[in-house]
Design a binder for this molecule. Sequence first.
Ligand code: HEC
Length: 95
Amino acid sequence: MMLCTCTWCTAQAQANAPSALQVGIWASSCMACHGPEGRAEGTGLTIGGKSAEDLFGKLMAYRSGAVKATIMHQHVKGYSEDELRRIATHFSSLK
Ligand code: HEC
């Protein structure tokens, strides 16, 4: 990954909200298993286009351990609640 030091990125990093680009980078790590655009056809792992609240709820349940997972509990622990909300919203917007 390239380290970006341009003025725009620096300004984005200083503002509290992560840029759309940043959220897209987080989301790209999910696509290895959930497919491009969050559509892993035929696997039951499609998350693209689903309700953001539903996706967010599932991510938080994995994070708290309320829902047992084989893999996901490890992934979601790397993100804050706010970051998971943004990732959920991102996948939800992929129609
Ligand atoms: C190594 C493969 C892998 C990666 C990477 C991965 N997932 Fe998952 N995901 C799974 C598996 C497998 C499940 C089923 C639950 C389990 O066993 O962990 C799942 C389940 C889910 C579910 C619940 C789906 C449903 O309908 O019940 C959501 C939402 C989800 N993942 C989102 C994400 C997000 C967001 C990321 C990136 C931060 C991500 N996943 C990264 C493999 C992965």
